[in-house]
Design a binder for this molecule. Structure first.
Ligand SMILES: [Zn+2]
Length: 376
């Protein structure tokens, strides 16, 4: 029985993998069973209680394999009530509803079905490796565990099945989230001169951050790096001098702008009195759209969807596991291409178009066949 990507999407949505805490193990073991039954070699990497990544391999001769990757954790449901069951995978008007449908269980189901249904065809070829991760939504935790363990080695190219409406995107910015800590000395609110107010230190830092310049030329397609102050906290009660302030900043970086250089630059601007700690540190991803594999991808996508990528390469607004996987797998060309719609990700009543799930599965089979020299 061939694996049906739409039915599999529904099965994956039924697992509650809201992160935190994740609890992806059940979903991962379900996929492991399907893939090993289909004839792939599988291995499960457990990295915490009820949390695991899955690697599956088909074919292993010749050049490096093509990698498909996706995560199975989801964000929480949010405060607004859903009008459908968030775990039922119900199809209404050609849309499959559920938390994690668009981001990105339908994408995972599409490549699992594509590869699971062509295992015999991949035998004796360079083949395909599937990297299915847990814990992407809180900073690519699962991918980091894989990479630390040296799994899965090098690959020749990477397809990240995050939501792009089946358009092939060639990169995204990096993310550097920093916690800035400023220390003061507490005192009674009636005698502020006896203390050192950490809130005033934070105020001076905020002014410097507002005018911070990266001093790099914008990337031709990803644009300029950005800096946002997302959180500011100081003080426990109104009648004390705060002895601690914390500022949370979100920097989105571009290729060639090294994160350690940004941190040095910030320290120079803000002074030694500030402790700077990275919370999330993920590099930008970029593949030259004129490379030969990207041309193959564009032509396959055009054949399946009719979408012309034309001259303007497209990029993703969000970051993906590719920030971790691409450098760890030898910096191969990387695309982001999946059936979900980026605008539906993380929303109430999240859904994915059923037609797009089938289309994505078709694109992935053709990509795998082309990579392994088994097409046309
Ligand atoms: Zn995602």
């Amino acid at each position: 029985m061939p694996i049906d990507p739409v039915e599999l999407s529904r099965e994956l949505i039924a697992f509650n993998t809201i992160n935190p805490p994740g609890n992806e193990l059940g979903c991962i073991l379900h996929l492991e069973k399907i893939l090993s039954d289909a004839g792939l070699q599988t291995s499960v990497q457990r990295f915490a209680q009820d949390r695991a990544n899955l690697i599956a391999r088909a074919g292993d001769a010749g050049r490096l394999p093509l990698c498909f990757t996706g995560h199975v954790d989801t964000v929480p449901l949010g405060n607004a009530p859903w009008s459908v069951d968030a775990f039922a995978g119900e199809i209404i008007d050609g849309k499959m509803y559920g938390r994690g449908s668009t981001d990105m269980k339908c994408g995972v189901a599409a490549f699992v079905a594509a590869v699971g249904n062509m295992v015999e065809q991949l035998e004796g070829t360079s083949g395909v490796v599937l990297v299915i991760t847990a814990g992407e939504e809180v900073g690519c935790e699962g991918a980091l565990h894989l990479v630390r363990a040296g799994i899965p080695g090098r690959t020749g190219a990477i397809v990240v099945a995050e939501p792009t409406s089946n358009s092939a995107l060639v990169g995204h910015k990096g993310a550097l989230w920093l916690r800035l800590t400023l220390k003061g000395v507490t005192a009674h609110g009636s005698m502020p001169h006896l203390g050192i107010n950490a809130a005033f230190k934070a105020a001076r830092a905020l002014t410097a951050l507002e005018t911070f310049q990266f001093n790099v030329a914008p990337h031709p397609w990803l644009g300029a790096p950005t800096l946002n102050v997302g959180t500011v906290r100081a003080g426990l009660n109104v009648n004390s001098v705060p002895d601690l302030a914390e500022i949370g900043i979100d920097i989105r970086s571009i290729p060639g702008l090294d994160h350690s250089r940004i941190q040095e630059h910030l320290k120079a601007e803000l002074g030694d009195d500030i402790l700077l700690e990275p919370i999330v540190d993920l590099g930008a991803v970029w593949t030259d759209p004129s490379s030969s594999w990207i041309k193959d991808v564009y032509s396959i996508v055009r054949d399946v969807t009719g979408d012309e990528h034309g001259l303007n390469p497209r990029t993703a607004p969000y970051f993906t596991d590719a920030s971790v996987l691409t450098p760890a797998l030898g910096n191969p060309p990387t695309i982001i291409l999946g059936p979900g719609e980026a605008a539906r990700a993380h929303q109430t009543d999240e859904y994915c178009s059923v037609d797009r799930i089938r289309e994505a599965s078709d694109i992935y089979s053709r990509l795998a066949a082309k990579w392994c020299g088994r097409s046309e």
